[in-house]
Design a protein. Structure first.
Length: 339
């Protein structure tokens, strides 16, 4: 049997520090060097459901709101762990997955011990801010499960939950033809965003996939909200917004179609046609293909001032589909029909 002193002698300084942190957590010995400033985190009396006092905001730089204070840790790796746990709130996240997020394929030999140190610090944050015992935090907030960890929060505490609910509500209203309610719900969903999620340089593989999905939902909410505004006759108000959108997404067909429609309905037919020409040139140059039949049909409708273009009850997708169907030859005719 190897003596304990021999094991300690073989450990590096970093491994000894990690072991000490794990022992501190297990015995709840206060780490005086890491104690938060009592003026910033004054002692509190625990409440029945203290975790509900926090709001977790991921739609921008990570923020944990406790009243009017942001109590999120400043250390990048702690923020990355928190973001990963929050994106998977109430679900187990394996230690191996967290290590992959933190270090990719270059995890150090002490990765598991270092991860335990980070978890100790996160639990200590919840304990100090909320005035909880170490047992409460370990058993009810940041739990250890088989091979990993679970962060227990009410979904209503997450801004990403509110965002998804508003987008779902706005989408349902759009499909029901309630464009006013759709525009309102989607506008509120977009107002929750405060910037880039986490920080690009900190994304691991798993978090990058979560962020990409969120950004897709954000783009959907943005374009659908503009579409709702077009249905409400707010054409001039959307032009500058759409112009910026097509610059950011130069090959996105629906954004170009909505800009063409907004310009046309604002009495700027030549500008709308110019948008189509630039889009076609870009498609040919970058992809080597013509634009779809839908946006080609929209161009033809603009040239012929088709009456259907004035039908505000149609979403842009509905309008493009109708124009494309009408433009297909039928018994030798390819005329665009009216509303």
């Amino acid at each position: 049997m190897v003596a304990k002193t021999d094991v300690l002698a073989a450990m590096t300084h970093e491994e000894k520090l990690s072991l000490l942190a794990a022992l501190l957590e297990a015995t709840d010995i206060p780490d005086v060097h890491a104690d938060p400033d009592p003026e910033v985190f004054p002692p509190r009396t625990p409440v029945e459901h203290p975790v509900s006092e926090l709001r977790f905001e991921l739609l921008g730089p990570l923020v944990i709101r406790h009243g009017h204070r942001d109590v999120a840790p400043s250390a990048p790796k702690l923020r990355l762990i928190l973001a990963t746990l929050l994106f998977n709130a109430n679900k187990p996240v394996g230690a191996s997955a967290l290590i992959k997020e933190l270090w990719g394929d270059d995890a150090p030999r002490t990765a598991h011990a270092t991860l335990q140190t980070y978890m100790f610090k996160l639990r200590r944050l919840f304990r100090v801010v909320l005035g909880l015992s170490v047992e409460h935090v370990t058993n009810e907030v940041l739990q250890t499960c088989s091979g990993g960890y679970i962060l227990r929060v009410d979904p209503s505490q997450l801004d990403i939950t509110e965002f998804e609910q508003l987008v779902t509500s706005g989408s349902a209203a759009m499909h029901a033809g309630d464009h006013e309610r759709a525009a309102d719900s989607l506008r509120r969903s977009l107002a929750l965003w405060r910037g880039t999620v986490v920080h690009p340089g900190q994304w691991g593989t798993g978090l990058r996939a979560q962020v990409a999905r969120l950004e897709e939902r954000r783009f959907y909410a943005h374009t659908t909200r503009i579409d709702a505004d077009l249905c409400l006759g707010r054409h001039r108000e959307t032009i500058s917004e759409l112009a910026s959108l097509v610059v950011e997404h130069p090959l996105h067909e629906s954004a170009h179609a909505m800009l063409m429609l907004a310009l046309y309905r604002s009495g700027r037919t030549s500008a709308a046609l110019e948008v189509y020409l630039r889009f076609r040139q870009r498609m040919l140059h970058e992809l080597g293909i013509e634009p779809s039949e839908r946006i080609q049909a929209l161009q033809m409708a603009l040239l012929s001032t088709a009456p259907v273009l004035a039908n505000h009850s149609l979403t842009s997708d509905m309008l493009l589909d109708r124009l494309a169907r009408s433009a297909r030859p039928r018994h030798g005719s390819s005329a665009v029909t009216g509303a």
